[in-house]
Design a protein around this ligand. Structure first.
Ligand code: ZN
Length: 207
């Protein structure tokens, strides 16, 4: 299984090239991070925000999960990895933008469309997680004007995550005060095309 060796080879390439060229920047970054942007995207190996947005280290605080879902704010105590990362990004780092990036051929979205019961038999954390898409899935399935249900739900899940972000009281306050902006987008893998959500019309348009 050579994969881990390939990973370490990649690390050595990075040390010799990008790290070496920008070592002053890495030394500066050691002092702290001040990213202006938070990006919430899928775990999918094909849609790394650092690649799609050509990011430099320190530029974006990135949170990835299955199907780029933001669960609703519930004000309850609990082990909530996504909500704690959002809390730190917004109240700790003071990011000025949150970008939710969906993508084409998303397996999490496909699992939801198949009925959501796609994980391990018995209890599946994955099934519980994908169940967060049940409402957007119903809207897409019931909407006869949406022919491509996969892309339709990829879009609708991004819209729903933005709605859910607005349910976090500290995000709503900052948005009302003009201190933070929320954005949705969708990356079509094969074409390498990014579509950006126009919130007024609800449409995703190529940028
Ligand atoms: Zn995905």
């Amino acid at each position: 299984m050579p994969e881990f060796r390939e990973l370490l080879d990649g690390y050595h390439r990075f040390r010799r090239t990008d790290y070496y060229r920008h070592r002053g920047r890495w030394e500066e970054l050691q002092g702290g991070q001040h990213p202006p942007i938070m990006i919430i995207s899928c775990c999918d190996s094909r849609v790394d925000p650092a690649t799609v947005f050509d990011l430099s280290p320190g530029q974006a605080f990135v949170l990835r999960n299955v199907a780029n879902i933001v669960p609703p704010y519930d004000g309850e105590a609990g082990l909530a990895g996504v909500r704690s990362a959002i809390e730190f990004g917004v109240t700790g780092l003071g990011v000025r933008h949150i970008v939710v990036m969906g993508h084409g051929s998303c397996g999490g979205i496909a699992a939801s469309l198949k009925g959501g019961d796609q994980g391990l038999e018995g209890h599946s954390y994955l099934d519980d997680w994908i169940a967060l898409l049940d409402e957007p899935r119903s809207r897409v399935i019931d909407d006869d004007s949406i022919e491509d249900k996969q892309t339709g739900l990829e879009y609708e899940a991004v819209r729903q995550s933005i709605v859910n972000l607005r349910g976090f009281p500290y995000i709503a306050e900052r948005e009302a005060a003009g201190k933070i902006k929320l954005h949705g987008c969708h990356f079509a893998i094969g074409k390498g095309q990014l579509y950006v959500l126009d919130e007024e019309s609800g449409a995703f348009r190529p940028d």
